[in-house]
Design a protein around this ligand. Structure first.
Ligand SMILES: *[C@@H]1O[C@H](CO)[C@@H](O)[C@H](O)[C@H]1NC(C)=O
Ligand SMILES: *[C@@H]1O[C@H](CO)[C@@H](O)[C@H](O)[C@H]1NC(C)=O
Ligand SMILES: *[C@@H]1O[C@H](CO)[C@@H](O)[C@H](O)[C@H]1NC(C)=O
Length: 357
């Protein structure tokens, strides 16, 4: 992240004298970042630089929201419950969002609203009309009967209806969210067990990836890196086998497969986008490359970080096409994630920080 950030700095001329010193430091940090893909950079310098940068003109407001997952699933997608050792300690705090998803969306210019589980359909309908897209995060809850699934289903149906009427509303599923999408589209759980609970993999792009919406804005070098380097974090024990996908008419007619992967025996769908709707899914985790550090196999190289950013930038680009908005500034202020503070859980869970609700 340091290298592009350094290039983007624009410092006012009248501070030139002092800035010679700063820019030398910046250049040093940039070079350090290129050498070392795990830089730890002191906050003080960056805070100072941030205060010196010119104000950017405000871009079109964009809000994207997320469904929250339930407390029993802090580890990986569709884990059997035995693996889920990380119960939250507060009995009344029954759901969470990993902060990495929030940062992922914020990194591309969105503001985030948490979608609480177990709200009424009327509340979800109202929220749907207030926000510009939804991200279904990874986690470890049921995709057929959970608060997560019920909320996801409502937003998915509302999104399909709205999009049919020209009211753009993108839906993104990551890991469990991807699996949730396959269930919502097909009405069936058709996942196969795979040995993919902790692996970073290159993407095996399909021919369709070249004409996809999702990857059309990616630089050619990044596509080459994605196809050859292990830049995508897989943390799931179940997958949609390509043979299953091809034999399911509902899935095959709805989604264009953009990449596959294999665990050595089962080839599975790793990225898809819907043909006729702004519905997207990755079985892998674009947000972890930048914001999670709890597992040694998470990639943090410059290409890994760019992968994360371009995925976020694509999704937020879709969300910018939505005209939904809150009825009032007060309603918007009350709904934003800024009303909550993440807690550091990096020593006890798979996530560095989580929001608990
Ligand atoms: C949990 O909620 C119940 C009912 O609202 C309350 O009586 C109880 O004190 C709460 N427990 C904690 C630990 O906050
Ligand atoms: C699962 O994959 C890992 C590599 O990611 C490999 O080391 C391990 O042997 C595999 N296990 C099985 C049962 O195939
Ligand atoms: C990539 O996908 C193609 C088409 O599905 C498949 O034939 C091939 O074996 C895959 N290659 C790898 C390395 O997984």
């Amino acid at each position: 992240m340091a290298a592009p950030g350094c290039l983007a700095l624009r410092l006012p001329n009248r501070k030139a004298f002092f800035l010679v010193f700063v820019s030398l430091n910046v250049r040093f940090l940039c070079r350090a970042a290129l050498r070392n893909d795990r830089p730890i950079i002191g906050e003080l310098l960056w805070t100072f630089i941030a205060s010196q940068t010119r104000h950017q003109p405000s871009v079109r407001k964009c809000r994207v929201i997320m469904i929250m997952s339930e407390s029993s699933g802090l580890q990986t997608c569709l884990c059997p419950s035995g693996v889920l050792s990380q119960e939250l300690s507060h009995p009344n705090q029954s759901s969470y969002i990993a902060a990495s998803y929030v940062k992922f969306l914020e990194s591309a210019g969105a503001r985030v609203v948490p979608v609480l589980i177990n709200q009424s359909p009327e509340d979800y309908q109202k929220l749907f009309l207030s926000i510009n897209g939804i991200l279904l995060p990874g986690g470890g809850v049921s995709i057929t009967s959970s608060g997560y699934q019920r909320a996801a289903e409502i937003f998915y149906r509302l999104a399909l209806e709205a999009n049919q009427m020209g009211d753009v509303f993108p839906v993104w599923g990551t890991c469990l969210g991807f699996e949730q999408l396959t269930y919502l589209t097909s009405g069936k759980v058709e996942l196969s067990h795979t040995n993919t609970s902790s692996a970073a993999l290159p993407l095996n792009f399909t021919e369709d990836a070249k004409r996809s919406r999702m990857f059309s804005g990616f630089p050619a070098e990044l596509m080459a890196a994605l196809a050859s380097e292990p830049l995508t974090v897989n943390a799931h024990q179940f997958s949609l086998a390509i043979t299953t996908f091809q034999s399911d008419e509902a899935l095959k007619n709805f989604y264009r497969v953009l990449s596959t992967n294999t665990d050595g025996s089962t080839e599975f769908v790793s990225t898809f986008e819907a043909y006729d709707y702004p519905v997207y899914g990755t079985q892998w985790h674009p947000e972890k490359n930048v914001f999670e550090w709890t597992k040694p196999f998470y990639p943090h190289s410059p290409s890994a970080v760019k992968t994360s950013f371009y995925m976020a930038e694509f999704f937020i680009g879709e969300a910018r096409k939505s005209f939904h908005r809150f009825g009032s500034k007060e309603d918007e202020d009350k709904a934003l994630i800024y009303n909550y503070s993440p807690v550091y859980t990096g020593t006890t869970s798979a996530f560095e920080q989580v929001y608990v609700f």
